[in-house]
Design a protein around this ligand. Structure first.
Ligand SMILES: [Zn+2]
Length: 193
C-alpha cells in the first residue's frame, strides 16, 4: 500500500473569504487625490474614540469611553473607486469635510457616480481636509458595487458584523474597549492619552 508524501497544496487563489476581500480604509495625507469616483449611495459616518493608539467606535449611552468623558470625533466613510487602477477602497473623511457629501446627496438623491477631489489645505498631514464633489460622467454600470462600509469597519474593529444591534457585538466591543483601557507601556510613539 503506497502512501502519498505530504506536500503543499498549490492553488491559483486562496479559499473564498466569507466576509469578502479586504477593503482598505484610506486617509488623505499630504498628497492630494483627484478624479476619484464615489461608489457609495449615501453619506455614512460615526463617532469614534482614540484609545491606546487605536480608533474605536462610540457606543452612545452604553459606551465606556463616553461615560468617562473621553473626547469623541466623528468620521465619515465613503467607498471610492479609482478608475485608473480599478481599486475600490473606503475614504475616511473628517467632520469638517462632511458637508459637501450631504449637500451633493440632497441635490442628486445619491452620491454614487460623483467625481471627488480631496486634499489637505496645507502640506501638514493634519491640516484641514478639503473635499469637492462634482458631477461625474462614468456610466453607473461601469462602477463596481460599493462594499458594505459597516461590514468593513466591523472587521477592522474586530466585530462580527451581521447586525450592530446584536448584543454579542456590543459585548465584544465592550471587551475591546476594556482592553483599550488597560495601560500600555509608553514606547514613545503615537498619542498617549
Ligand atoms: Zn463613546
Amino acid at each position: 500500500m503506497s502512501k502519498a508524501t505530504p506536500h503543499p497544496v498549490f492553488t491559483s487563489q486562496p479559499d473564498p473569504d466569507k466576509i469578502g476581500p479586504t477593503i482598505e480604509v484610506i486617509r488623505i495625507a499630504a498628497k492630494p487625490k483627484r478624479g476619484l469616483i464615489v461608489a457609495s449611495h449615501d453619506p455614512l459616518g460615526c463617532y469614534t474614540h482614540w484609545r491606546n493608539n487605536r480608533k474605536l467606535p462610540c457606543l452612545g449611552p452604553d459606551c465606556k469611553c463616553h461615560q468617562t468623558g473621553e473626547d469623541r470625533r466623528w468620521y465619515g466613510y465613503v467607498a471610492i473607486w479609482q478608475p485608473r487602477t480599478h481599486n475600490m477602497c473606503i475614504l475616511e473623511y473628517t467632520r469638517a469635510a462632511a458637508v459637501p457629501f450631504v449637500e451633493y446627496f440632497n441635490k442628486h438623491r445619491t452620491m454614487r457616480g460623483a467625481r471627488l477631489d480631496a486634499y489637505r489645505r496645507s502640506e501638514k498631514t493634519n491640516s484641514r481636509l478639503i473635499v469637492h464633489l462634482y458631477d461625474g460622467d462614468t456610466p453607473d454600470e461601469e462602477i463596481p458595487t460599493a462594499p458594505n462600509r459597516q461590514r468593513v469597519l466591523a472587521r477592522i474593529w474586530g466585530l462580527n458584523f451581521d447586525d450592530f444591534d446584536d448584543s454579542k457585538n456590543v459585548a465584544r466591543l465592550q471587551i475591546i474597549q476594556d482592553a483599550a483601557f488597560l495601560p500600555t507601556p509608553n514606547n514613545g510613539r503615537g498619542r498617549n492619552t
